[in-house]
Write a protein that binds this ligand. Structure first.
Ligand code: FES
Length: 133
């Protein structure tokens, strides 16, 4: 299977790359299968839980970079609760598919969001984290 045009676009021109300086949620995850790592920083509105901004840094394969990039676009403006519902299948679909051997790379994205969200809820014990976090 070839990479879709959308995968190539997000790989060549990744959106929301970097580290947000005023982030209040940070998550770092690694893929045990290949050793690639991804860091997610988010600025979340502390009243509404809406993700106002999100950046990523991925040291990994092209598929992981495309996944991170499209995922940041998909979750920006959503509440943390809704962002956590965007799973790797939704991301792969949004990208127009990924070769089977690369599907494991898409899991890194949802794990990165979950890790950052977890940190946000740990800092806000007054808020109830969504189930499964
Ligand atoms: Fe490591 Fe794709 S090969 S995330």
């Amino acid at each position: 299977m070839q990479y879709s045009e959308k995968v190539m676009d997000h790989f060549e021109n990744p959106r929301n790359v970097g580290v947000l300086e005023d982030a209040n949620a940070v998550g770092e995850v690694g893929n045990p299968r290949c050793g690639d790592i991804m860091k997610i920083t988010m600025r979340i509105d502390e009243d509404t839980n809406v993700i106002e901004d999100i950046n990523f840094q991925t040291f990994g394969c092209g598929a992981a970079i495309a996944v991170s990039s499209v995922l940041t676009e998909m979750v920006k403006g959503k509440t943390v609760e809704d962002a956590l519902k965007v799973d790797n299948k939704a991301v792969v679909e949004e990208l127009g598919g990924l070769p089977n051997v690369k599907v494991h790379c898409s899991v890194l994205g949802e794990e990165g969001i979950a890790a950052a969200a977890k940190q946000f809820y740990e800092q806000h014990p007054e808020k109830t984290p969504p189930e499964g976090l």
